[in-house]
Design a protein around this ligand. Structure first.
Ligand SMILES: [Cu+2]
Length: 207
């Protein structure tokens, strides 16, 4: 039996023993923490006892990153496809961590790009011939370095700040503003819209 399998079984035993004491709140171990994690499922790993996930930041515990999560029940990922958005409970034990209760999230509802691109010329400009201007757009991203680096890598016109904007970014999010006056702006917008953490892109208005 290899060590990975062995620790998988010992942690399952540990979980069983924990749940058996859970009727008595006085004996709950202080080192046990559960986090709710959201991310994109990338596939099974380690012969199916783990999954690889591009996860969002876990506030107070971990930055956003891509990593493997050991599964409490490997059958939970049967039927998931790489690219599915998921949410799960992440148990941090004294000397082990386990993912459990994996929920598949709805795909993004509706069109992400809520921006009228039809009036733009091939350079991303609109308006009268003597007054062509680019269109500014805005969207929210998680307030962390990985997400910021990702959008900056896609869109050289983008700049992000802590502000709700017209779109209504929440605490823990950044408002990012870019514009269409750049080569390949349609591809840039499509790539931004495909990011799992970008829900909507709307026109920015500076009033
Ligand atoms: Cu991580």
């Amino acid at each position: 039996m290899d060590r990975g399998i062995f620790s998988y079984f010992t942690s399952t035993l540990l979980l069983l023993s924990l749940s058996m004491c859970s009727n008595d709140p006085g004996t709950a171990p202080p080192d046990l923490k559960t986090y709710t994690v959201r991310g994109v499922f990338l596939g099974p790993r380690l012969d199916g006892i783990a999954m690889r996930v591009d996860h969002e930041a876990i506030p107070g515990y971990m930055e956003a990153m891509t990593m493997n999560f050991k599964l409490e029940d490997p059958s939970e990922i049967v039927g998931l496809e790489p690219g599915d958005r998921i949410e799960f409970d992440y148990l941090v034990l004294v000397d082990d961590t386990i993912a459990r209760d994996i929920r598949k999230l709805e795909a993004k509802p509706g069109p992400v790009i809520e921006l009228d691109l039809s009036a733009l010329n091939s350079e991303g400009l609109r308006g009268p011939p003597d007054g062509l201007v680019a269109v500014s757009y805005e969207f929210c991203i998680p307030d962390n370095e990985k997400a910021t680096a990702e959008v900056e890598g896609i869109d050289p016109t983008v700049s992000c700040s802590r502000s709700p904007g017209r779109i209504g970014c929440e605490p823990g999010e950044l408002l990012c503003i870019g514009h269409t006056g750049q080569a390949g702006f349609r591809v840039v917008l499509d790539r931004l819209a495909a990011l799992p953490f970008v829900a909507r892109i709307i026109e920015a208005r500076f009033e």
